[in-house]
Design a protein around this ligand. Structure first.
Ligand SMILES: Cc1ncc(COP(=O)(O)O)c(C=O)c1O
Length: 397
């Protein structure tokens, strides 16, 4: 048996501490469950922060990864490869987009969106159109560009100065955006459902208003669906709930079926301003990841799959509202599909620890919100098990 303490000692000695980690060491996963080195089982309502949407060891993904690894692994983007081209076709044919740029993470997909929007503006006579509007509580990533449009002092201040020209509007307040829109604004970026910011959905009126205001101002509209896209909210794209489409959309997290992959989708108008050499990434869209991504994407778009997600979401919502009625500490329950926030009137760290003790892993979104990102494949028994564990965990508050 692996000694958990030994692993934690190695971590403490050799890994830069950018994360606070769990007290246990995870060793394997199967379906919706994770197991630590002591053999303790956890129902996983974190999915590696919205990544492992089909759970662990999903047979078709394991098969695709091993077959592709045996056939052709990394060769770089200097060459055509079969899985990448086929994946691009799947993404485009299921979305507003005409073209895809592949990368390896969410922050990179946002970084690409920033660069492509800048290039589009330059190509269209907007040399001074270099600024971006993002929303209060937004999260777009940790790289210098994506960080500049992620308005959180604790994340930004240690690394100042950031990319200049980031303007901050108020989420779901169209007037606050209009007050900032002028001929210097290259693009407005919105998460249709904010994840890290506490599980807040953009209203359809807000999204529609943004679309109209961006068009009137000659600015692009970017949707960041890194966390909320690809089935997480119960529809393929979170923005389906708003009735409008963006010019650019960023994806990552679950796309690679558990392997690292990001994608920036765009209209032809944006794509046509990009030429070879403008941007790139050595690993992006590599055959193994793209093969896994194809299986993931075909699975979640198969007939009935998202219908079942929405059905289970209804069951989960009812159960969470039941919890709320029982525990005075719970102020609000909100979300959609398989992304939920339970807002409490106190910090939720003790609830998370108590839930883990009960064999349930959950996340937070800010200090006072428990965030649930279960696998899209959970059934009623998983929901019942999770809610029973949370019931005990909230009782410990
Ligand atoms: C909406 C959104 N955008 C971008 C990112 C950054 O993704 P990554 O951590 O893969 O760089 C995240 C990560 O949580 C996110 O939630």
């Amino acid at each position: 048996m692996v000694d958990a303490q030994q692993i934690k000692d190695l971590d403490a000695k050799y890994i830069v501490h950018t994360y606070g980690r769990s007290a246990f060491v995870l060793e394997r996963g199967e379906g919706c469950y994770l197991y630590d080195t002591e053999g303790k089982r956890y129902l996983d309502f974190t999915t590696g922060i919205a990544v492992s949407a089909l759970g662990y060891g999903y047979p078709a993904i394991v098969q695709a990864i091993s077959e592709q690894a045996a056939k052709l692994s990394h060769v770089s983007n200097l060459f055509h490869t079969i899985p990448q081209a086929q994946l691009a076709q799947l993404l485009v044919q299921s979305s507003f987009a005409d073209k895809v740029f592949f990368c390896n993470s969410g922050a990179e997909s946002v970084e690409a969106a920033i660069k492509f929007a800048r290039k589009w503006a330059k190509k269209n006579g907007g040399d001074n159109r270099t600024e971006f509007i993002s929303m209060s509580n937004a999260f777009h990533g940790r790289t210098m560009g994506s960080l500049a449009i992620t308005p959180r002092a604790a994340y930004q201040e240690p690394f100042m100065p950031l990319m200049p020209g980031a303007r901050l509007a108020t989420f779901n307040d169209l007037d606050s955006v209009k007050a900032l829109l002028d001929e210097r604004v290259c693009a407005v970026i919105l998460e249709p459902m904010q994840g890290e910011g506490g599980i807040h959905a953009a209203t359809p009126e807000f999204a529609r208003g943004l679309r109209e205001a961006c068009d009137a101002n000659g600015s692009l509209l970017i949707f960041d669906e890194v966390q909320c896209g690809l089935g997480r909210t119960g529809t393929l794209w979170a923005h389906e709930a708003t009735g409008v489409t963006p010019d650019i959309m960023t994806l990552a997290k679950p796309l690679g079926g558990g392997l690292p992959m990001g994608a920036t989708l765009m209209t032809e108008a944006v794509a046509s301003s990009i030429v070879p050499g403008d941007h790139g990434s050595t690993f992006a869209g590599n055959p193994i990841v793209a093969a896994a991504a194809q299986v993931f994407f075909k699975t979640i778009t198969a007939p009935g799959f998202l219908e079942q997600v929405r059905k289970m979401a209804g069951y989960l919502e009812t159960a969470l509202l039941g919890l709320k009625s029982k525990h005075a500490a719970i102020k609000d329950v909100r979300g959609r599909g398989m992304i939920w926030g339970i807002e409490c009137n106190a910090p939720v760290a003790p609830v998370m620890a108590a839930a883990a003790e009960q064999g349930l892993l959950v996340l937070n979104a800010g200090a006072n919100v428990v965030r649930l990102l279960p696998p899209l494949i959970i059934n009623q028994a998983h929901v019942d098990e999770a809610v029973a564990a949370m019931d005990k965990a909230f009782g410990a508050l």
